[in-house]
Design a protein around this ligand. Structure first.
Ligand code: SF4
Ligand code: SF4
Length: 224
């Protein structure tokens, strides 16, 4: 029988690092009321490139991971449909990111935290115990009934402030995330993007908050 466990095994077999299930409520897709959160770890080499300020090479690897995620999400969409359910792979292209506000239709972080896969760090990046923020995220919507995970609604950053200390423009607020807060409560996204664009022109740079995250570093140093 094709169910959530079979789907999860398929996704892990394809190379996804963590898979979670949650309920969703998107007006554009009223019948697709389940979400599948996909977390793909970044290779350790990518973190080394960030530490070396080799941004072009880092972003090449990151975008390659996004291509892998897109490919797997689309294949899983077909698999779900072949088994009699409806599905929509929420690939980055389909998630209609508002590049001015840096907001998407359904933030992948919301899918991943409500599925119980991790939380949002002080950095406003998704964080999980295994890989810190060294991950790429995606998702799938479906009407296939799934056993949903326990949502994470509060930060597990505890007293850590490593990302905040690493930010060159003090864009990260001391306030820890919880699901009732807005992004602007924890990060000054304008200060961040102004710095990144000013320093690196292409808008693809910095990421000190990602590479210096305590949990990213633990993954990088092979402690996990
Ligand atoms: S990307 Fe850089 S500027 Fe933006 S929040 Fe992270 S460390 Fe700060
Ligand atoms: S560096 Fe520390 S405070 Fe920042 S996201 Fe990582 S665990 Fe949380």
């Amino acid at each position: 029988m094709f169910d959530g466990e079979v789907l999860k095994d398929y996704l892990i077999g394809e190379g996804i690092s963590k898979v979670g299930f949650t309920k969703v409520n998107l007006s554009e897709f009223p019948s697709l009321d389940y979400g599948v959160a996909l977390v793909l770890k970044l290779p350790r080499q990518a973190i080394q490139l960030l530490l070396d300020d080799e941004f072009k090479r880092y972003w090449k690897i990151f975008h390659n991971q996004i291509d892998i995620l897109t490919d797997i999400a689309l294949k899983a969409e077909s698999l779900i449909k072949d088994n009699g359910y409806d599905a929509f792979a929420l690939t980055m292209q389909r998630n209609e990111c508002d590049m001015e506000k840096l907001l998407s239709k359904l933030p992948y972080k919301t899918l991943a935290t409500t599925s119980g896969l991790g939380w949002v760090g002080r950095s406003a990046l998704f964080v999980c115990e295994e890989y810190g923020s060294a991950v790429a995220l995606s998702g799938i919507l479906t009407d296939m009934p799934l056993d949903v995970g326990q949502p994470i609604t509060d930060s597990y950053c505890d007293d850590c402030e490593e990302c905040q200390k690493a930010c060159p423009v003090d864009a990260i607020n001391p306030k820890k995330w919880n699901s009732r807060l807005n992004r602007s409560d924890i990060i000054d996204i304008e200060a961040c993007s102004e710095y990144v664009i000013d320093q690196f022109k292409s808008g693809l740079g910095c990421s000190k908050c990602l590479s210096n995250c305590r949990l990213t570093q633990e993954y990088f140093k092979n402690k996990r």
